[in-house]
Design a protein around this ligand. Structure first.
Ligand code: CAA
Length: 387
């Protein structure tokens, strides 16, 4: 694996850094304070081509490689994890699933508008009683004369209140367990589809999060993504892409922590010298740098495998686990470097900690990533011990 970025990848990263500095960072504190989802910023990210960059050009993306996509996500994540969540959900979970599993008509109908940011999409997998055990969905899809009727509740759905289309995962036959799951492209304007905003989050305050209710939502047969029984694989393959994106965003948080801590430690004076001259402060910064670099390399490795079309589930889980845990640790250490100033939002580090915290939970908890890695290493699946 070549660790050198190409000239094009370097340019993509620099352009994304400029965009993040000029367009995202000036908005982030007010959006965070107000708990406001910034639709205008999502539109601007769409104009930049950041909401579907790996999608093929014929469907409205720019056919960007995964390493290049990860570099964009890193820069957006350094600026604002709420904005990064829009990029990750829209690009990896929604566009990525439609491109991989959709029919030609579905791709032509949805991808250009999603890639441009004209429409937003959401990924409705999780339910009030179904989180880590994603195969065990209660939402039911029942056949009708012309298609399907879907009923159930979804929870913690990023972009759920603002999306125009939802990827809804539902059980068609409970006896079949994960082999009965199906995924549907459901327009959110459908009769029986309602959402409610979730308030009071620790972080990601300017990311939209919804509780979704579906009451006998009717969709035509052509709304299904893939076939009956493909639903679980659609979800898992989407999460393979989504976890990569979350990991890349967390490299951005680690980088932001390093930059903020170095700047603050050089400016803040105690005992008549900048605190940057104290070795204990340098040690905290050094530890952040080691975590940032290691996380970045793990993300690069996962991206390189994806770009070569090789299996990358395990390497993606390794990157997600390490990068998300590192983001929490770096943000915590960055607050320590900033002292009392790190506890208020004059500096970005308290937001880094609040925003990083959810990344070890969503798109598979750290424990689920360990389970995936551990199962692969041992060849033993604790859910089916006789296997
Ligand atoms: N790609 C494609 N197929 C896959 C796959 C992958 N990465 N991983 C598993 N599969 C397939 C398996 O091959 C198997 O297929 P067969 O039936 O044909 O043999 C099938 O799926 C079942 O696999 P498992 O036996 O491994 O399934 P499991 O029930 O034991 O669970 C799990 C696996 C890893 C625990 C999984 O349920 C999981 O990842 N859980 C976490 C769910 C999660 O991440 N939720 C996040 C919600 S989304 C979110 O947060 C969105 C947001 O808004 C930000």
């Amino acid at each position: 694996m070549n660790l050198e970025l190409s000239d094009e990848q370097r340019l993509i990263s620099e352009t994304a850094r400029e965009f993040a500095d000029e367009e995202i960072i000036p908005r982030v504190r007010e959006n965070d304070r107000a708990g406001r989802f910034d639709r205008e910023l999502a539109r601007m990210m769409g104009e930049m081509g950041y909401l579907g960059a790996p999608v093929a050009e014929e469907y409205g993306g720019w056919g960007l490689d995964y390493i290049g996509y990860g570099l964009i996500v890193e820069q957006v994540g350094r600026a604002d994890s709420s904005a990064r969540t829009v990029v990750s959900v829209q690009t990896s979970l929604v566009c990525g699933s439609i491109e991989q599993w959709g029919s030609e008509e579905q791709k032509r109908e949805w991808l250009p508008r999603l890639c441009s940011g004209e429409a937003l999409g959401c990924f409705a997998l999780t339910e009030p009683d179904t989180g880590s055990d994603a195969a065990n969905l209660r939402t039911r899809a029942q056949r009708t004369d012309s298609g399907w009727s879907i009923s159930g509740n979804k929870m913690w759905i990023s972009l759920g209140n603002v999306a125009e289309v939802a990827l809804v995962f539902a059980q068609t036959d409970p006896e079949l367990k994960h082999k009965g799951l199906a995924c549907f492209l459901v327009p959110t304007a459908s009769s029986g589809f309602t959402t409610q905003e979730i308030h009071g989050k620790l972080g990601l305050r300017s990311s939209d999060t919804a509780e979704v209710s579906l009451e006998e939502v009717e969709v035509p047969a052509e709304a299904m993504l893939g076939q009956v029984g493909d639903g679980f694989k659609v979800a898992m393959s989407a999460l393979d892409k989504g976890r990569y994106s979350v990991a890349a965003g967390c490299v951005g948080i680690c980088e932001g922590c390093v930059e903020a801590s170095v700047a603050y430690a050089k400016e803040r004076r105690q005992f008549d010298v900048p605190i940057a001259s104290f070795q204990l402060v340098q040690a905290m910064i050094a530890e952040m740098i080691v975590k940032r670099d290691a996380a970045r390399m793990l993300v690069l490795r996962a991206g390189d495998l994806k770009d070569r079309g090789e299996p990358s589930t395990i390497e993606t889980s390794v990157a997600k686990l390490y990068a998300t845990e590192s983001a929490v640790e770096c943000a915590n250490a960055a607050i320590q470097v900033h002292g009392g100033s790190g506890y208020v939002d004059d500096y970005p580090v308290e937001r880094y900690l609040r925003d990083a915290r959810v990344t070890t939970l969503y798109e598979g908890t750290s424990q689920i990533q360990k389970l995936i890695i551990g199962r692969d290493a041992t060849g033993i699946n604790a859910m089916t011990p006789d296997a």
